[in-house]
Design a protein around this ligand. Structure first.
Ligand code: SF4
Length: 385
């Protein structure tokens, strides 16, 4: 079988099934990535969400003994909501990042990869493949870079010439030696906008991210959000897009090629207060199909509380008091107590004092103390007569 011909047939078929970009790469060791991952590990910059050992993440043959090539795919996603709802005083909204708009992309890309795999299986007897999207051992970005999907930006995203960095990536390791494609030339040049505008300094240098400082990562943690990030996170419920929106390569980029990716404005910019009282079942029914729901409702609710504090939304005080008194989860009770204090009202401060009497969790009590400390700050601001 002439692999060049088959490759072209695969490229043609990929367009038919709605794959926006496809590339082919060798299964050579990702040696540069290996050094970077080791450095990340030594520096403590990993998120903990990574799968597999560094060897498995950089040596495709460890994942498939017969590995001969990798096929990388990209699907472009929208960057703008057509008619976004606006949060207003008394009815504030949070926001999910773009990669969580529409149907969970993990499923979408897997479906495409399975179709592609079945297509090749029909043509080649004994064809084997191992698909991955985001949660596999391989680095989607390293594969996409090698396969010529785009260059690796200083913002740690793959930037395609056609769709900017607003692309989902996936790949399959195959047992066919397809001729590889050439990488795209680096396009960042002297630009450092993403590094300069990262609000937490998580981009420590071009292409190097301290995941533990990255807001996108922090929105997904389940514990108390460290104090230093609470004012920065704003109304983000899941993920963070500044390193993409600030990038000149994304200017004017907004593709709506896949109906499944269209954002439902009420889901991707939901009202904050109703989020506080969602049951697990309601959360699953409403948000379960979004990529941003994978960590469950707790981080989203914690972030919603922080967003209400960010807006100093006084109309939410009674809801927050109820959460502080009744929610069984210490992270939620404690964050609510902090938020009540941050919003700052007499009703809120008295409620914290009353709740403290019954509270036994030491972390929640600490948050209550922090909440009450805002009262002292407020008192200092009062004019002395
Ligand atoms: Fe590269 Fe500038 Fe985009 Fe950052 S903002 S990824 S430096 S082009």
């Amino acid at each position: 079988m002439a692999y060049e011909t088959l490759k072209q047939e695969i490229i043609d078929y990929s367009k038919e099934i709605g794959i926006d970009k496809i590339g082919f790469a060798s299964t050579d060791e990702f040696s540069e990535l290996k050094s970077r991952l080791k450095l990340q590990q030594e520096s403590g910059f990993q998120s903990g969400f990574e799968k597999g050992t560094i060897e498995e993440r950089t040596e495709p043959v460890r994942l498939m003994a017969e590995a001969q090539s990798i096929i990388a795919i990209a699907l472009a996603y929208p960057s703008r909501i057509k008619s976004p709802p606006r949060g207003v005083k008394g009815d504030r909204r949070g926001v999910f990042c773009r990669a969580s708009w529409g149907k969970d992309y993990h499923h979408l890309l897997r479906e495409k990869l399975e179709k592609l795999g079945a297509f090749i299986q029909e043509k080649v007897e004994g064809f084997e493949y191992k698909p991955m999207v985001d949660t596999g051992e391989l680095s989607d970005r390293a594969v996409a870079e090698r396969a010529g999907i785009g260059f690796s930006g200083k913002n740690c995203a793959i930037i395609t010439p056609e769709f900017g960095s607003y692309v989902y990536l996936g790949e399959m390791i195959t047992n066919i030696p397809f001729p590889p494609d050439s990488p795209v030339a680096d396009g960042c040049g002297d630009c450092t906008k993403c590094i300069d505008n990262c609000p937490t300094g998580a981009l420590v240098e071009g292409g190097r991210l301290n995941a533990n400082k990255c807001i996108a990562f922090l929105t997904q943690t389940k514990d108390f959000l460290p104090d230093e990030y609470r004012d920065i996170i704003g109304n983000q419920l899941y993920g963070f897009d500044t390193c993409q929106t600030i990038c000149p390569k994304n200017k004017g980029i907004d593709f709506h090629l896949h109906p499944e990716m269209e954002p439902n404005p009420e889901l991707v910019k939901p009202r904050l207060v109703p989020l506080l009282s969602l049951s697990n079942r309601e959360f699953k029914a409403k948000f379960g199909n979004m990529a941003g729901s994978w960590r469950g409702k707790k981080p989203i609710q914690r972030n919603a509380i922080i967003a209400l504090a960010h807006y100093k939304e006084k109309s939410a005080i009674e809801d927050l008091i109820r959460v502080m008194k009744e929610d069984p989860r210490p992270v939620i009770r404690g964050t609510a107590a902090w938020a009540i204090g941050k919003i700052g009202s007499e009703l809120g401060f008295r409620a914290i004092e009353n709740a403290m009497v019954k509270e036994s969790d030491h972390q929640v009590l600490e948050e209550m103390e922090k909440g009450l400390a805002f009262q002292t700050e407020k008192d200092k601001e009062k004019p002395v007569h």
